[in-house]
Design a protein around this ligand. Structure first.
Ligand code: GRF
Length: 196
């Protein structure tokens, strides 16, 4: 079975959806660790509750990006990591890590990429833009992480209808519900495509 490490900066409800999918047998993988940059992330409590090892690390603690990458990479090696999942992780992944985990980093984004992707589009900013533009649909996307922000190959997408009565907050809730289904399903399919 493959070993998954999740990166999360906040609530970690997507992380929880993976924990649940593993215990329901829908995701056949081991979640071997949680990495966060935020010592008050609720994701940490979720990890502790389920006995998942955690590592708190922020690029701000390091003088250089390569030093930061080296520390993260040695933790990933210690955990025998096969796949990284970015689930609400708000820090940039350095190029050294992207190169070491080529095609083995997935991210979930709360829009139908390529719409509302890239710099400045995170969290509520995405949903506010969808409402402002009166789009009739939105959704979420799982993509492979490459050096280009939010631009790697899309491997899973789920669409929700935007009602006239929706606000950014109600849309965020609808999309998040879909994320919790899309993320474990997409990982399960992706794992089958990975060699050895
Ligand atoms: C999700 O909307 C995810 O798509 C985005 O950040 C949010 C994280 O939510 N990248 P949670 O921490 O998993 O609850």
């Amino acid at each position: 079975m493959k070993n998954i490490v999740v990166f999360a900066s906040g609530s970690g409800s997507n992380f929880q959806s993976l924990i649940n999918a593993v215990s329901d047998g829908k995701l056949t993988a081991n979640i071997v660790g949680l990495i966060t940059n935020n010592r008050s992330a609720f994701a940490l409590e979720r990890a502790q509750k389920h006995g998942i090892p955690t590592f708190i690390i922020s690029p701000d603690q390091f003088n250089s990006e390569p030093d930061y990458s080296k520390t993260v990479l040695s933790k990933l090696e210690e955990w025998n990591t096969d796949l990284l999942i970015l689930a609400g992780y708000l820090k940039k992944i350095p190029i050294e890590i992207i190169k070491s985990f080529d095609n083995r980093i997935l991210n979930i984004h709360p829009s139908l990429l390529p719409k509302y992707g890239g710099k400045g589009f995170y969290g509520s900013k995405v949903h506010e833009a969808v409402i402002r533009n009166k789009d009739s649909q939105s959704g979420c996307t799982v993509h492979v992480v490459t050096a280009e922000y939010d631009e790697g190959p899309v491997i899973g997408q789920s669409t929700v209808q935007v009602a006239d009565s929706d606000t950014a907050a109600s849309l965020a809730e609808k999309v998040l519900e879909r994320e919790h289904i899309l993320l474990p399903e997409t990982i399960q399919k992706y794992l089958k495509t990975l060699k050895n």
